[in-house]
Write a protein that binds this ligand. Structure first.
Ligand SMILES: [Zn+2]
Ligand SMILES: [Zn+2]
Length: 181
């Protein structure tokens, strides 16, 4: 979906689009977005191009790193992009980090494929460690039971404060045959 970013910056100063998840062409592990994906923000003409201070909003399906169960959540990553008239980022990818720490994105003839921008920002906005809830107890390391669903019969894990290593040091000293009295 090509958008006249230059015209929008001049006339409205902002951009807002709702895209179908299928338009983002997410594939494989990235096929996580469900329902419409919203992208919007302010457009500002600057010396080097057009600055887009945007937010993405998407419902995604993720897998919890602790209990491995799928869950749904809404991601709202914020980002800043500099749409540049030149295709200066041609090598290697379609964009690159700019000196000002702002990601640049080529906008030939002032136009941008907004679905590609949304796809990129959604992938960048994915959490590294997804949790179904902040205090998810995860799977039992012994029997593998999902402790969100049932409490298993396994003994609790040993307290890391009393490691076997420390215990053996103490007991060796106590049973020292030489005695240190
Ligand atoms: Zn979980
Ligand atoms: Zn267990």
């Amino acid at each position: 979906m090509l958008i006249d970013i230059k015209g929008l910056a001049r006339e409205e100063g902002r951009l807002f689009r709702t895209l179908q998840a299928s338009a983002l062409r997410l594939e494989g592990d990235e096929s996580l977005a469900e329902g419409p994906v919203e992208i919007g923000g302010d457009l500002e003409a600057v010396a080097k191009g057009i600055l887009f201070s945007g937010t993405l909003k998407a419902q995604v399906r993720l897998e919890c790193v602790r209990c491995l169960e799928p869950f749904r959540t809404i991601l709202t990553p914020e980002f800043e992009l500099l749409f540049t008239p030149k295709a200066e980022a041609a090598e290697g990818g379609e964009h690159q980090l700019h000196e000002e720490d702002c990601e640049t994105w080529p906008a030939p003839e002032g136009r941008v494929d907004i679905a590609r921008v949304a796809r990129e920002q959604l992938i960048l906005g994915m959490p590294g460690k997804a949790l179904c809830r902040p205090d998810c107890p995860g799977l039992c390391p012994r029997c593998g039971a999902n402790r969100n669903l049932k409490a298993c019969e396994c003994a609790p894990e040993p307290d890391p404060g009393t490691s076997p290593w420390k215990l053996s040091l103490v007991s060796r000293r106590e049973s020292d045959p030489e005695g240190r009295t």
